[in-house]
Design a protein around this ligand. Sequence first.
Ligand code: GUN
Length: 299
Amino acid sequence: MATLIDGKTVAKSVTDAVKTAATTLEAEAGVKTGLAVVIVGDDPASHAYVGAKSKMAKECGFTSVQHTLPEETTQEELAALVETLNADPSIHGILVQLPLPKHLKSDPIIQSILPEKDVDGLHVVNAGKVATGDLDGGLVSCTPAGAMVFVRRTHGEDLSGLNAVVIGRSNLFGKPMSALLLAANATVTTAHSRTKDLAAVCRNADILVAAVGRPEMVKADWVKSGATVIDVGINRVPAPVKGEGKFRLVGDVAFAECEKVAGVITPVPGGVGPMTIAMLMANTVIAAYRKAGRKPPKF
Ligand code: GUN
């Protein structure tokens, strides 16, 4: 049976370290770390995520500012808010919650955030730094950064000789995840929907990371015995046993069968999910340290 990674516990260890770092920065440099979160429209799931981010920022001792804009906000109005936050010295991190309402273009907004305040790590400057292996100069996007914390705590800093397979090639996750594994010396395959014999490719993985958005796609016979399996998927599937119209959350990995084969595995929920918010807090305090001309802590 695999060892389970408890994402909540690991996330708490990260946010505890963030709190300490924020307190130190305030005591020694008089700088209070500031995070601004922007949400447009009324999507309930997005509001729940944003509420959790703002709350955690307060718990970390940050100045936490939330801008809630109406659905009918124009591109120009949203761009103007980002400009204001870019110029605000009390704000070290800016996060614009995605997806934006359909009439708004997200890319020009994300690219207008100053790279040093882009705590989501989505600006091309930050994506480019990850792609070129410059991990200390930019900000790494939160979900791959969180998944890498699990990898490091399982295998250490140096993944030399290990085969890693990432299923999924999105800009948000698959590409940066592959780049981070490569920077740590793993031999990396980025697999996707056009990959031939995906099961065979996955069976070669010492570290298997699934981020495809297909419920329980990864089966036990895709997993090498003793492998580390990290499940980044969050899928809502019908759960009639809970009652009519009820849902439950499952990952991209068929957990019950894969935990019998894997060495280490993350659950869904309670695996990678809690790490995303923790790494957002880590990025924000890192941004504040850099702005204050101090060497940021590592998380
Ligand atoms: N929507 C869902 N996840 C995320 C995230 O990590 N960042 C942003 N900005 N929006 C999201």
